[in-house]
Design a protein around this ligand. Structure first.
Ligand code: NDP
Length: 444
């Protein structure tokens, strides 16, 4: 049995009740196998993989809070501090009823490699709670966030662990969490990212994931000798990532023809009018079907995702597992030749197999949506310097980082004889830096 297989067998025995984490670990371990084999003796003798797959620390705690009717509730809070070999733990907080230790370990594990790919000094972590902010009043969300931070503040800090937002944790929640941290610790420091501009947030952070996705897509397309001009792009979602991916794709001359939400999608053959989308989503907080009220020539399709629309490039920017094997086949049959993931894990395993069998350009989330965490790390730098950089400066650095990620991913794939396989390239390039730092730091 190979070293990689041995470690995975051990992991299955220890964590049989964590299916999401096991799936993520298996996929990463399989793809980094050639890089492990090249250094097998060294990695084996220092138990490097056994350490890589085990979080440095997991903190779980109860979060008691009171609703507006005076009723008491208890949720579970978590922070998975997975790997600090290359920097302080960094990764979002997710508030959603589905949150459990397995999901947070899976997300924290992936985050190690994503953060490594950015080239910035940030380790991997993830956290959250099974609390559901949907339908709660501002006062309830504030009380929950204050209770959550009362416990979490013991384990985080600007040079220790710097959480950010994720599903269910946006600007409002980050504000409440930051306020409570400052109140208890009496420290005004960059302990969270995704903050408001008035208290240490970074310009271009809202744009970062969507813009970064298009920057890396542009590099990948250029690498194949093509360009984005006049290419037809299908986008799913109409939230933060989708809106700014649409904006940057349009700025680079592409034609975006769809956006969606969880109820259905809009097809506008003349090109999506982003001002209409932003007005619906950011101002009115409405549903995407309202688009056709403003643009009657567009079509709204209820209850479906946009993958049957003919396109050159697909940018899934909504949620996990939104493209299955059948959707991938439809995309391919319609001539789609490039997929880059804005959302986390939007393509399921069958879909990825289909892209790879068809040998289309495919950039996995770990590399493609790393722009968000990269600009979060730039927010940390600005907080440490007590300075705020201009939009152009942050955006310029983001573009450089995404171009660099593309080069690293493509080079790693080529080095191991898998040219064009950016899944393998991303995992290996992310792994190499972490493995190097772990080896240098001894048995810790
Ligand atoms: P938002 O909440 O702003 O937007 C999410 C969008 O996806 C909404 O349009 C939402 O529609 C839609 N959506 C959600 N669930 C479903 C579903 N089950 N089926 C169809 N559509 C759905 O989130 P973000 O744009 O910030 O995040 C999108 C994805 O990108 C997530 O996977 C997130 O983890 C990932 N990501 C985000 C980063 C960031 O910086 N924001 C960084 C890296 C990754 P509706 O309004 O109906 O719910």
């Amino acid at each position: 049995m190979s070293y990689v297989e041995e470690v995975f067998e051990g992991l299955k025995k220890k964590h049989a009740h964590e299916p999401e984490f096991l799936e993520a670990a298996e996929r990463v371990l399989q793809t980094i196998a050639p890089a492990v084999e090249a250094n097998e003796e060294k990695f084996r003798s220092t138990a490097l993989l056994e350490r890589l797959v085990e979080p440095e620390r997991i903190i779980t705690f109860r979060v008691p809070w009171t609703d507006d009717q005076g009723k008491h509730h208890v949720n579970i809070g978590y922070r998975v501090q997975f790997n600090s070999a290359i920097g302080p733990y960094k990764g979002g907080l997710r508030f959603h009823p589905s949150v459990n230790q397995s999901i947070l370990k899976f997300l924290g594990f992936e985050q190690i490699f994503k953060n490594s790919l950015t080239g910035l000094p940030i380790g991997g972590g993830k956290g959250g709670s099974d609390f559901d902010p949907k339908g709660k009043s501002d006062a309830e969300v504030m009380r929950f966030c204050q209770s959550f931070m009362t416990e979490l503040c013991k384990y985080i800090g600007a040079d220790q662990d710097v959480p950010a937002g994720d599903i269910g944790v946006g600007g409002r929640e980050v504000g409440y969490l930051y306020g409570q941290y400052k109140r208890i610790k009496n420290l005004y420091e960059g302990v969270l990212t995704g903050k408001g501009l008035s208290f240490g947030g970074s310009l271009a952070r809202p744009e970062a994931t969507g813009y970064g996705l298009v920057y890396i897509t542009n590099e990948m397309v250029k690498g194949a000798g093509k360009d984005l001009k006049d290419k037809v792009v299908v986008i799913s979602g109409s939230g933060n990532v989708a809106q700014y991916a649409c904006q940057k794709a349009q700025q680079l001359g592409a034609k975006v023809v769809t956006v969606s939400d969880s109820n259905g999608y809009v097809y506008d053959p003349d090109g999506i009018k982003l001002d209409v989308v932003m007005d619906i989503k950011q101002v009115k907080r409405g549903r995407i079907k309202e688009y056709v009220d403003a643009v009657p020539t567009a079509k709204y399709v209820e209850g479906e995702r946009p993958w049957s629309v003919k396109c050159d490039i697909a940018l899934p920017c909504a949620t996990q597992n939104e493209i299955n094997g059948a959707d991938a086949k439809t995309l391919l049959d319609n001539g789609c030749w490039c997929v880059a993931e804005g959302a986390n894990m939007p393509s399921d395993a069958d879909a990825i197999d289909a892209y790879q069998a068809a040998k289309i350009l495919f950039m996995p989330a770990k590399a493609a949506n790393a722009g968000g965490v990269a600009v979060s790390a730039l927010e940390m730098s600005q907080n440490s310097e007590r300075l705020s950089w201009s939009f152009e400066e942050v955006d310029g650095k983001l573009n450089e980082i995404m171009t660099d990620i593309y080069k690293k991913v493509a080079a790693a794939a080529k080095r191991y004889g898998q040219e064009g396989d950016f899944v393998t390239g991303a995992n290996i390039a992310g792994f190499e830096k972490v493995a190097d730092a772990m080896s240098a730091q001894g048995l810790v």
